[in-house]
Design a protein around this ligand. Structure first.
Ligand SMILES: [Zn+2]
Length: 98
C-alpha cells in the first residue's frame, strides 16, 4: 500500500517548466496588471556577439485598455536562456519585491 503511494507521488514529482514563464507587470499610471505567458522557445530573439556567442533577448510592448501608456519591457538572457537582466519603462515588475 505504502509503496504504491510512493510511486504515485514520484511519477508526478517532476515537471519541466524551464521553457516558459509568466511576465507579471503593472502599469505605473493606472495600476492595471498584466500576466503574459512567455514561451522561451518561440518568444525570444537570438543575438550574436562579436565573439560568436549566442544570447537571447525579449522586447515586449504592453498596451492596456484603461490608459494610453505603453509599457516597455526588455529582458536579456544568456545562451541557456537564463535571465540575466531586465528593464521596464512606464511600469513595474510584480515579482520584484521578493
Ligand atoms: Zn495604464
Amino acid at each position: 500500500m505504502l509503496k504504491k503511494l510512493k510511486q504515485l507521488f514520484t511519477s508526478h514529482g517532476t515537471s519541466d517548466s524551464g521553457n516558459s514563464f509568466f511576465l507579471e507587470v503593472r502599469c505605473q499610471k493606472c495600476g492595471e496588471e498584466f500576466n503574459l505567458y512567455i514561451d522561451k522557445t518561440t518568444s525570444l530573439a537570438q543575438e550574436f556577439s562579436e565573439s560568436g556567442k549566442v544570447s537571447y533577448y525579449l522586447n515586449k510592448e504592453i498596451l492596456g485598455g484603461r490608459c494610453p501608456v505603453r509599457i516597455q519591457v526588455r529582458m536579456e538572457f544568456d545562451q541557456n536562456r537564463t535571465l540575466l537582466s531586465r528593464t521596464i519603462e512606464n511600469g513595474e515588475f510584480l515579482d520584484s519585491q521578493a
